[in-house]
Design a protein around this ligand. Structure first.
Ligand code: HEC
Ligand code: HEC
Ligand code: HEC
Ligand code: HEC
Ligand code: HEC
Ligand code: HEC
Length: 443
């Protein structure tokens, strides 16, 4: 019996303990990834708000309502039309924008997670003002880190405990069988681990692989945050300027502040004088913190609020540049905004909802629903060469009433083959006018 115990615990069982632990670990992390908030933002937030009517009706309480009526809300989300066709009571009762909701590619667990998030949603109490679903990086991923830290801690405690039990048993066994030969290996834990690893190479490499992937994934996520990867780069600014308050709530036109976007290469960041046009009068923010930030404008402009006079002691506001092209790239706003008639949203996202100036994400831009504004489906991260190239490959040049393009058409017609290939789809793409030529974008 004793011999059996000691042998059993020695080497053969250890790998299975580890395998079991990792299975538990993996299934735990997989199940906790059903993040209702993220799913909602990905799939539904373009039309729905938890507590406000947008394109779609508010969703809070919808689940309870459907369940009370004995109807199947899952079937609705996956295929609304079918519910109308079947004359389901709850569907007919919505009558908000019939036919306005396309079927959603989500499964029941995901729907549960989404509706749970929606039902538990409360308005954020923060300086963010009227922003709905908070946009941009939050400290969500801090929680993920914490989760992994805890899991790691538990795991190592379990390993140590397992080892302890094993040793205890070993000594107990040895005490009983005094005089029996001592297994040399037992003396050195390091030796034992090494021996175990070489005996279980396959398992060790699988575990190593999983560990490496996990580290790489979270490492990459961290890089996004510090801006080495441009997407969602969101540095701290000398004055906490909030786009959602200015361009959103107060509907100030983008070009009131970025007034060179339509006529020159750069869009420009407004000088403190532009801020003073309003903030000479508007001295209070939406809360105390906002008021303190506005005081920084007064300090920068050298304005004494008490005396209502400029003191002449100004200090420049050192805004941190968020979008930054390398020196070898030529990008021109006027070419895109005025000639190409591309809306800011196509490249910067729905800035009206942003609380800070940040680089928008590809996903965010693809999910925007902006009526009548040209949206190009993107797959490449913003500010990379692939991004420019991809849009130039799909974006049409607006050729309406432009003598410039009439001339080009005339010239193209002299080469029948070329003209045919360009006009094949009845559209002129940026690429076809040279938007893929290196020298157009590179100095
Ligand atoms: C393209 C816009 C759009 C998207 C995306 C969208 N919905 Fe809708 N949704 C609507 C519209 C419009 C209605 C109202 C339909 C009607 O009046 O028949 C609606 C209605 C609903 C209702 C019924 C509400 C009620 O009071 O009975 C639910 C539930 C719902 N949506 C859930 C979702 C979920 C969950 C998602 C994401 C997985 C989603 N929707 C994505 C547009 C959308
Ligand atoms: C009241 C003035 C004001 C208005 C209106 C305004 N902005 Fe800004 N914007 C700023 C200031 C100040 C900054 C620099 C601080 C920051 O990055 O948050 C900025 C930064 C930005 C940036 C990032 C700049 C960089 O450094 O790369 C973008 C992009 C941008 N704004 C786009 C827009 C768009 C699009 C609109 C219209 C929807 C808009 N802004 C409306 C003042 C304004
Ligand atoms: C075709 C894509 C595109 C469109 C459309 C566009 N931008 Fe930009 N924007 C960029 C790029 C790329 C940069 C970075 C430029 C650089 O670093 O040289 C940038 C930079 C900026 C900046 C930082 C300051 C600067 O000029 O470098 C602001 C502010 C800005 N854009 C505002 C706007 C506003 C406002 C609009 C709409 C009127 C707009 N942009 C439309 C791509 C675009
Ligand atoms: C066209 C008018 C206008 C211009 C120009 C303007 N602001 Fe504002 N700003 C407002 C209004 C309106 C509010 C909201 C005040 C409120 O609701 O209490 C505001 C609020 C603020 C706040 C407080 C935000 C908060 O959280 O309460 C700050 C900080 C601010 N502005 C910074 C700036 C800066 C920096 C500039 C120049 C780049 C600028 N503003 C230009 C109109 C303007
Ligand atoms: C959202 C789509 C879009 C994105 C992203 C975009 N462009 Fe463009 N670009 C256009 C359109 C449309 C035109 C054509 C404008 C016109 O009619 O001349 C254009 C024209 C140009 C031209 C002039 C081409 C010519 O033949 O004269 C240059 C240079 C250019 N873009 C550079 C860039 C660079 C650099 C980037 C990336 C940093 C970029 N673009 C990103 C849509 C885009
Ligand atoms: C539509 C605009 C556009 C065109 C056309 C274009 N590029 Fe680029 N290129 C860019 C932008 C923007 C960057 C900077 C993006 C970055 O750093 O990720 C870039 C970066 C580069 C880099 C540096 C890569 C790096 O990792 O820093 C090289 C090399 C390059 N381009 C070569 C070319 C060559 C060769 C061509 C012609 C076949 C070309 N590009 C055509 C926009 C363009």
């Amino acid at each position: 019996m004793n011999a059996f115990l000691s042998k059993k615990l020695k080497n053969k069982e250890l790998p299975s303990y580890f395998a079991l632990l990792f299975l538990v670990l993996i299934s735990f992390s997989a199940s906790s990834q059903l993040d209702g908030k993220a799913l909602f933002k990905q799939n539904c937030a373009s039309c729905h708000h938890p507590a406000k009517n947008l394109t779609g009706p508010l969703l809070q309480g919808a689940k309870a309502k459907w369940e009370a009526a004995g109807d199947d809300i899952y079937a609705w989300v996956k295929n609304p039309q079918a519910q109308y066709d079947a004359g389901v009571k709850s569907a007919l009762a919505i009558n908000y924008m019939v036919g306005g909701m396309p079927g959603q590619a989500v499964n029941n667990e995901e729907i549960d997670a989404i509706l749970k998030y929606v039902d538990e949603w409360t308005a954020p109490v923060s300086v963010a003002g009227p922003t709905d679903v908070p946009v941009g990086p939050t400290n969500e991923s801090n929680n993920t880190w914490l989760m992994w830290l805890i899991i790691g801690g538990i795991l190592s405690m379990l390993i140590v405990a397992l080892w302890g039990v094993r040793k205890q048993l070993y000594y107990a066994v040895r005490e009983r069988n005094q005089g029996e030969e001592i297994d040399e290996d037992e003396e050195s834990v390091a030796k034992e681990v090494k021996g175990w690893m070489s005996k279980n190479l396959k398992l060790v490499s699988v575990l190593g692989f999983i560990l490496t992937c996990t580290l790489a994934y979270y490492g990459a996520e961290e890089l996004y945050k510090v801006g080495l990867v441009p997407e969602n780069y969101n540095p701290e600014q000398p004055i906490a300027f909030n786009h959602s308050i200015h361009a959103g709530t107060n509907e100030i036109d983008c070009q009131y502040c970025h007034n060179s976007a339509a006529k020159s290469k750069s869009a420009g960041i407004p000088t403190v004088n532009v801020c003073m046009n309003c903030h000479k009068g508007i001295q209070e923010g939406t809360d105390e913190k906002g008021t303190r930030e506005i005081a920084k404008i007064h300090a920068a402009a050298g304005y004494d609020v008490e005396k209502r006079a400029y003191t002449g002691k100004t200090e420049p506001v050192k805004w941190v540049k968020v979008h930054n092209m390398p020196d070898h790239v030529y990008f021109n706003h006027a070419q895109h905004v005025t000639v190409g008639k591309i809306e800011c949203e196509n490249c910067h996202g729905d800035v009206k909802t942003y609380t800070t100036g940040k680089v928008s994400g590809t996903e965010t831009i693809n999910n925007l629903k902006l009526e009548g504004k040209k949206i190009v489906k993107l797959t490449k991260p913003l500010l990379t060469m692939g991004w420019c190239i991809e849009c130039h490959n799909t974006a049409e040049v607006s050729t309406a009433d432009s003598k410039y393009y009439d001339d080009i058409h005339e010239r193209l017609k002299s080469d029948k083959e070329l003209y045919k290939s360009v006009m094949e789809d009845g559209k002129v793409k940026v690429k076809e006018l040279g938007g893929w030529e290196c020298s157009k974008c590179h100095y």
